[in-house]
Design a protein around this ligand. Structure first.
Ligand SMILES: Cc1cc2nc3c(=O)[nH]c(=O)nc-3n(C[C@H](O)[C@H](O)[C@H](O)COP(=O)(O)OP(=O)(O)OC[C@H]3O[C@@H](n4cnc5c(N)ncnc54)[C@H](O)[C@@H]3O)c2cc1C
Length: 457
């Protein structure tokens, strides 16, 4: 029995794998190398730490290192960066504060996560320019807010981290600009849903849609001047004065170690894995934000880096390495984000062109409904986009927005996608009803009814 399991990266995927492998096999030797000084942390909570809802950054730690080391017998080594994988020798080269060491393995998991895309902006290295990816970057932003007392921020990117951080900065009293390259914020959620978000944002944020940041300049007064240009009109140019800039321009999988070791990447650029999370090199696995996963709807490999996928796939690989072979489950990319008072969510495929590329004949509808019975004074509007394939009549995906009740509804659709439901099956679900929670026809059922009617026309 091979008995040394080595893991690169000590967060969601890595520590889930380590813990599950330990539960499955008390005899296994497990080493985790983490290049930073934090492990098992909840990066997802960082916007709320910066906002001020979470007072102490240490509260974001899921399980403290000493529990892994002392209670779970996992050799977690912080401040150890793996700098090379040598598959032919089944060895790693690891750099720590004292120099480099060589470490063998029997089974290896790469769970190195992702890194922020660095856009091509002149002056990007200026002081006061930040990105939010990990605990240290979160702390840096928080310290800047406390020490420099900035009055304004410009966020580059209107994706979900940009939106969460707009709320966090606004709560700290900053004037917030958001510059987004696409015509809409939250592009993957669909234009109908994004339009509602943009209307809501007007009260809190200055939006610059279809624009990009060209240059960041430090001024004599110690703040920044950001040159914003228009995607379409070359002669448009605006200089925005700001005290800080946040780059929220997306992420790419952290695959440099894997690539150099000859591990195959998929078309998405993330590490390609089989149904057990194994790469093209035997005994080397990959999970989390550095790896691909299989999509529920298309069956194709996709790169949708989210926390549950990292935790679940890490756990499955830990189980397999521990002796209980476990397959990875497909994902629908179910996501939800809070944007000030709004809840915005999506699951499956909601982009018509993407659906066509995957061989579907998509039909999409958007309906307006309410979170509660119409006569309830607290009832809030809900907008749902639902998409299905016209040939099979199966659901492809949905996105939705509203002030309440969004999460329960997107989870219904996510469940239906896992069950490969047709729109009619969704329409026939027996969902709970009472006036404070939904109309008699829940917005999900209304959307399914409308879409089903069109499919059968
Ligand atoms: C601000 C923010 C908000 C988010 N909000 C949400 C949310 O609301 N919902 C959601 O589903 N997801 C959210 N996410 C994404 C979620 O945090 C990730 O999907 C999840 O953390 C991925 O886990 P992972 O273990 O694959 O990678 P990571 O959490 O990135 O961990 C990888 C680890 O590997 C280490 N590492 C990398 N290279 C090496 C090396 N060579 N040697 C040693 N160690 C190395 C890194 O230091 C890091 O600790 C958010 C992310 C951020 C940054």
């Amino acid at each position: 029995m091979k008995n040394l399991f080595v893991i690169i990266g000590g967060d969601a995927a890595g520590m889930s794998a380590a813990s599950k492998a330990r539960r499955e096999n008390p005899e296994l030797e497990i080493i985790v190398f983490e290049r930073g000084s934090w492990a098992s942390y909840g990066a997802c909570g960082l916007p709320y730490y910066i906002k001020g809802d979470i007072k102490n950054i240490k509260d974001l730690i899921g399980i403290p290192p000493e529990i892994f080391i002392e209670k779970r017998n996992i050799d977690l080594r912080l401040n150890h960066e793996v700098i090379k994988i040598i598959p032919e020798e089944k060895k790693l080269i690891v750099r720590n504060r004292d120099g480099n060491i060589k470490q063998g393995y029997d089974k290896l998991l790469i769970s190195t996560g992702a890194r922020t895309v660095k856009p091509n902006i002149k002056g990007i290295e200026s002081g006061g320019v930040f990105a939010l990816r990990d605990m240290d970057s979160g702390k840096n932003i928080k310290n800047f807010l406390h020490e420099k007392l900035p009055e304004s921020v410009l966020i580059v990117g209107g994706g979900y981290i940009g939106m969460e951080m707009a709320e966090a900065f606004h709560a700290n009293g900053l004037k917030v600009h958001v510059v987004e390259f696409f015509p809409h914020v939250l592009n993957p959620f669909g234009t109908e849903i994004a339009a509602v978000v943009e209307n809501h944002l007007k009260d809190f944020v200055q939006l610059h849609l279809g624009k990009y940041v060209n240059t960041i300049m430090e001024t004599d007064t110690g703040n920044l001047s950001v040159q914003v240009k228009d995607k379409k009109t070359e002669d448009y140019q605006e200089n925005i004065a700001t005290d800080m800039v946040l780059l929220a321009t997306g992420i790419v999988p952290e695959v440099s170690l894997a690539r150099e070791a000859g591990i195959a990447l998929g078309e998405t650029g993330a590490i390609a894995v089989d149904e057990f999370g194994q790469t093209n090199i035997p005994d080397i696995y990959a999970a989390g934000d550095c790896a691909e996963a299989k999509h529920t709807v298309t069956g194709e490999p996709v790169y949708i880096p989210l926390a549950l996928t990292a935790n679940r796939n890490g756990r499955a690989i830990g189980s397999t390495v521990g002796g209980k072979t476990t397959t990875l489950v497909p994902i629908s990319g179910t996501a939800v984000v809070k944007v000030f008072q709004l809840e915005v969510a999506a699951t499956g495929i909601i982009d018509i062109e993407l659906a066509k590329k995957s061989g579907f004949s998509p039909l999409k509808i958007t309906v307006d409904s309410h979170s509660r019975a119409g006569y309830c004074p607290e009832s809030k509007p809900i907008k749902i986009s639902l998409m299905a394939d016209q040939r099979s009549k199966k659901l492809l995906g949905a996105s939705m927005v509203g002030e309440e009740g969004i999460v329960k509804r997107i989870d219904i659709i996510a469940t239906a996608l896992s069950g490969k439901y047709t729109v009619e099956q969704l329409e026939n679900l027996d969902l709970a009803y009472a006036p404070p929670f939904s109309p008699v026809w829940d917005p999900v059922l209304t959307a399914a009814k409308v879409l089903n009617g069109k499919l059968n026309n």
